[in-house]
Write a protein that binds this ligand. Structure first.
Ligand code: G
Ligand code: G
Ligand code: MN
Length: 409
């Protein structure tokens, strides 16, 4: 196989263009020549699924859903191909309507199923290989199929109306004295048939379908109302803040800062008590837009925390480019801090970066007194984790505040 330029490729007769099972990073438009599509079934027998001539698109399926190639494509003649890169396709797909993208994945799944059934039928009629069996590596990476995710998104929409969503509030404390200074609102979904579904599972689905905007609006409203109820019940002096997680889809939506401001006004919570938790990913997606949104939120009095800090792959320069108030050290570093000198060095460095940039540093996943002592010695300001309290129901949060007594003057 020889490459003339990045977007054209010549292939000699007999050469393999795409190999079944491999993960591909490009599709091809067949400009000249003919190819044969070959499918190997679970027994290793090969059958021909047909021929393609000029004008056909080859290998697009794996690019759309990042699955392994469903078939082998072999050149019959000398062929000329135009290369469609993954980067190009990904960019186009990202611009597509999210539901359309999901529908496309469902169609691809069905097509793969048909292909593999064809293979079974051609070689060994009694074999009933399921398409998933041929793609073991997708199971771990993408546990839910496209159809399941579509269904989950619809269920999530129902959950917003039926009250199956609820919040837990995890205490955030001043590491010097353990006093509660705020809570992080964490979403819980009790599905009527499936039972508890973790946010790690449904948040990505909400993000890809655009549902996240409605979900986040619900979370923000409920968290503010809860904070207001806590103020009334325990005379908090209007002190504790509420930390709420937002996704990039929220953040680039029109009028984000205004919408949040309206919710604050409607629930009687001052902007100074709202902390927006976002990940580095949010900032990287549309940096110009993100900066603008952050500025508006900051101007209104809200503060901004970078969640899971240290796990992203973005450059440190964004820390000075974006208006950020708080760094949250990811719990993986805290967890490894005592076993690994390197993790400890990373924790120390993150705290140093935060201090030098005049940011507040909060450690996540603080599970033991030893963690807390170590972090305090390193100059960490605040902490959150099972040592101080798991995510609590509103009643439990209320009890914790009551037990702590009135806020010190
Ligand atoms: O407790 P825990 O299992 O709640 O949360 C798992 C992950 O889900 C965390 O990374 C957390 O940031 C995220 N998460 C929890 N609640 C919300 C929410 O309301 N909105 C968003 N976008 N993410 C959330
Ligand atoms: O990524 P984010 O910080 O938004 O999510 C917080 C997640 O961490 C939630 O799933 C929460 O339940 C979990 N969590 C909170 N405290 C601890 C802790 O001390 N140890 C561990 N392992 N997880 C924690
Ligand atoms: Mn968080």
């Amino acid at each position: 196989m020889t490459t003339r330029d990045p977007s054209r490729r010549n292939v000699a007769a007999g050469d393999i263009i795409i190999r079944q099972g491999e993960v591909g990073d490009r599709a091809y438009v067949l400009e000249d020549g003919r190819v044969e599509i070959l499918v190997t079934n679970a027994d290793g027998r090969v059958y021909s699924a047909g021929f393609r001539g000029p004008g056909h698109l080859l290998g697009e399926m794996a690019l759309v859903d990042r699955g392994p190639r469903a078939a082998t494509v072999r050149a019959i003649d000398d062929c000329m191909l135009t290369v469609v890169s993954e980067a190009d396709l990904t960019r186009r797909l990202n611009d597509a309507d999210p539901v359309l993208r999901l529908v496309m994945e469902v169609v691809l799944d069905r097509f793969r199923e048909t292909l593999s059934q064809g293979a079974a039928a051609a070689a060994l009629p009694s074999v009933t290989a399921t398409p998933r069996d041929t793609r073991p590596d997708r199971q771990a990476e993408k546990p839910l199929g496209a159809l399941e995710r579509l269904r989950m998104a619809a269920d999530l929409r129902d959950a917003l109306d039926t009250g199956d969503l609820s919040l837990r509030y995890q205490p955030m404390v001043d590491i010097a004295n353990g006093a509660i200074i705020g809570f992080e609102a964490l979403l819980r979904w009790q599905h009527p048939r499936v039972g508890f579904i973790s946010p790690d599972q449904f948040i990505p689905v909400a993000e890809e379908t655009g549902m996240i905007v409605a979900v986040s609006a619900w979370v923000l409203d409920e968290a503010c109302r809860a904070l207001s109820r806590l103020d009334t019940a325990v005379a908090t002096g209007g002190r504790p803040y509420m930390s709420v997680n937002f996704s990039s889809e929220d953040f680039v939506a029109d009028r984000f800062a205004e919408t949040v401001g309206e919710t604050l006004a409607a629930t009687g919570i001052s902007a100074e008590r709202l902390r927006l938790e976002i990940t580095e990913r949010v900032l990287m997606k549309e940096p110009d837009r993100a900066i603008e949104t952050l500025r508006s939120c900051r101007d209104a009095g809200m503060s901004v925390a970078i969640d899971d800090f240290g796990t992203g792959f973005s450059s440190l320069s964004y820390l000075s480019a974006f208006p950020i108030d708080v760094l949250k050290i990811d719990r993986a570093f805290v967890d490894a801090m005592h076993a690994s000198a390197k993790s400890l060095a990373l924790v120390r460095s993150i705290i140093g970066i935060g201090k030098n940039l005049r940011m507040t540093v909060i450690a996540e996943g603080v599970e033991t007194a030893a963690h807390a002592t170590q972090l305090a010695a390193l100059g960490c300001d605040q902490a959150q984790g099972y040592y101080y309290g798991k995510p609590l129901t509103e009643e439990e949060a209320l009890a914790r505040l009551r037990a702590a007594g009135p806020p010190s003057p």
